[in-house]
Design a protein around this ligand. Structure first.
Ligand SMILES: Cc1ncc(C[n+]2csc(CCOP(=O)(O)OP(=O)(O)O)c2C)c(N)n1
Ligand SMILES: [Mg+2]
Length: 592
């Protein structure tokens, strides 16, 4: 029996080790879909509600497993819907392959139905590799290169396939001039800097007396080495959001996240340090790093293009974080004076007390922080945590104490709304035996999350461990932006753009065969988590939370406080906000 080019492409993906493709059908990929009959269970088509869910899920697969995530969509509108998830992959350096359909070759250029200039559309997001398969003999090397380049560059790549090429009989490249003969396989190299550069880096780090370390997702897998370096240098470790799981929060010298979503000890450490070591991070906000000239800097990144751009580093090392730190450790001297480290640990201890106090402040009806505080103590071993973009992200970043063996992902650099539930789906598909908790706001839930819940309901029966909780903060507000308007721009809340309609999230979950729990009182929070994590079925935990609890750390900068004061003059919620803000400040002061 002959093989179609569509089927051949699927077989090729299987040879590359791909087990599932997230996608949505359309006649632009009928030739590929037909191939799924032939490949059977070796490659699964996971049908999700929206192509954006497919690209988020493929991205999450890549972020969680390190493997290439694959998504598929039809020509025109389907392809367009993939874009946001693919940009998430691009900006967070995740390897993803998108396979999209196109109209027949003979239609192209005819302003044909659903004809979109796909190479141009994907040229930016898949800048490392995007090609059209114009004939069957190209199929082999286009799939091989899309997979290899996604892996090698940790970025999304794209193969566009006209429908008639998908349906055409596959023929391997002929032995003639012009043919391309590719093969599968890619082994990640171990990249280590040169000895002389390591020595220069060690000299900088040894000379400092107050060293701060900032790690990002590139440090995942290098936790023990980061810990050893921090021990030798008497340093503290701050974490960018996608690097949260690289080093557990239980360590007394881990200052937690950084930036506007960050912690006071991270900020204090950056303000007080004389040396900065950055590992596997492109944390974008320079104002939360030391002032130029204040500190000497060393940076390690696997991608040389990412070096020395957030802070003027003295030494930039291109290397794998674990191997580079291992090579650096023998060159580092143990700092005898531990005063700086003790100061950091003191600050961290105090900070956890502040967070505890803040979580227990009363609010109307629920303080969102309490949800995260109570979850933190109950996080199951091996949990995978996903977050969205919104005020939930602030609490997620500060209040959850990650332990060894957990993973935590979000859209770090694109900071887009909507990934939390699609990420949770992909987490469960890749690790059906691990508990998953997704945290998001009502805006993101209304934008895409309620659709993605249908996917959870659809696929849940295959998960051996049913622990999957979707926490929705129902505050009827696009709260993060409301606060950004107040704090960054000095404007009061604009009701027209910020207020959200209510929606029965928990009741909706019940309706589609999941469990729903709705809470609106502090004493319900702990028991709700207990129930949700023990219920034997995925749960939507809907919490009615107070939008006037500022999702800002108590140490916001003077200019921001000034802008906020200005904004509140015309804000109807002024009284409640000032009460919360003053209480937050009091917690900070009383815990000194
Ligand atoms: C796709 C997209 N649109 C808009 C934004 C800007 N934005 C960031 S957070 C946010 C509010 C999110 O609201 P919600 O999900 O209700 O969470 P809350 O902040 O209320 O907790 C918005 C609109 C974004 N990041 N991504
Ligand atoms: Mg909201």
């Amino acid at each position: 029996m002959s093989t179609t080019t569509g089927q051949f492409m699927l077989e090729r993906l299987i040879k590359w080790g791909v087990k599932r493709v997230y996608g949505y059908p359309g006649d632009g990929i009928n030739g590929l879909l037909g191939g799924f009959h032939a490949v059977g269970e070796r490659l699964e088509f996971v049908q999700v509600r929206h192509e954006e869910i497919a690209s988020f899920a493929a991205t999450a697969h890549a972020k969680l497993t390190g493997e290439v995530g694959v998504c598929m969509a039809t020509s025109g509108p389907g392809a367009i819907h993939l874009l946001n998830g693919l940009y998430d992959a691009k900006l967070d350096h995740a390897p993803v392959v998108a396979i999209v359909g196109q109209q027949k070759r003979m239609s192209l250029g005819g302003s044909y139905q659903q004809e979109v200039d796909l190479p141009v559309l994907f040229k930016d997001v898949a800048s490392e590799f995007v090609h059209v398969c114009m004939e069957p003999a190209q199929a082999r090397h286009l799939i091989d290169r899309a997979m290899r380049i996604a892996k090698a560059t940790r970025s999304p790549t794209c193969v566009i396939v006209p429908n008639d090429v998908q349906e055409a009989e596959y023929a391997p490249p002929p032995r003639e001039h012009g043919a391309v003969f590719s093969s599968i396989g890619f082994g990640d190299p171990l990249v280590v800097p040169r000895e002389a550069d390591l020595r220069r880096a060690a000299d900088v780090l040894n000379a400092g007396s107050r060293v701060a370390i900032l790690i990002g997702q590139g440090a995942i897998g290098a936790g023990p080495e980061v810990e050893r370096v921090a021990e030798l240098l008497g340093a503290g470790v701050a974490k960018a959001l996608n690097g949260r799981a690289a080093l557990p929060d239980e360590r007394p010298f881990v200052t937690g996240s950084i930036g506007l979503l960050g912690t006071k000890p991270s900020n204090d450490m950056m303000e007080g340090c004389d040396t900065l070591l950055m590992v596997g991070s492109s944390f974008p906000y320079g104002e939360w790093l030391p002032q130029e000239g204040q500190a000497r800097g060393v940076q390690i990144d696997l991608d040389g293009r990412m070096l020395n751009m957030r802070y003027p580093m003295e030494v930039g090392l291109v290397g794998d974080s674990r191997e580079t730190l291992r090579a650096l450790i023998p060159l580092l001297e143990h700092k005898a004076d531990r005063a700086w480290r003790e100061r950091i640990e003191d600050g961290v201890r105090r900070w956890w007390e502040i967070l505890d106090a803040q979580a227990h402040e009363s609010a109307d009806p629920l303080n969102p922080q309490l949800l995260f505080h109570e979850l933190s103590a109950r996080l199951p071993d091996g949990a995978i945590l996903t977050s969205d973009s919104g005020s939930a992200t602030d609490w997620w970043a500060r209040h959850l104490r990650l332990r060894d063996g957990m993973q935590a992902i979000l859209s770090g650099t694109l900071a887009t709304m909507c990934p939390a539930v699609p990420y949770a789906l992909a987490a469960k598909m890749a690790f059906p035996d691990r508990p998953v908790v997704a945290c998001l706001g009502d805006g993101a839930m209304q934008m895409l999350g309620i659709n993605a819940l249908i996917d959870l309901a659809k696929y849940r029966d295959r998960w051996s461990d049913q622990r999957l909780v979707v926490l929705v903060l129902n505050n009827r507000d696009l709260n993060q932006v409301t606060w950004e308007q107040r704090v960054m721009s000095g404007d009061p809340k604009l009701d027209a753009s910020q207020r959200l309609p209510d929606f029965p999230y928990a009741a909706y979950a019940q309706m589609i065969g999941l469990k729903g729990i709705r809470i609106d009182a502090p004493e319900q929070v702990g028991p709700a988590w207990e129930e949700a994590l023990a219920s034997g079925i995925p749960v939507v935990l809907e919490a009615i939370t107070d939008p006037e609890v500022p999702p800002l750390p108590p140490h916001i900068r003077f200019e921001q406080a000034h802008e906020m004061a200005h904004a509140l003059v015309g804000d109807p919620a002024r009284g409640a906000i000032v009460r919360h803000a003053v209480r937050g400040k009091l917690d900070e002061l009383l815990n000194r």
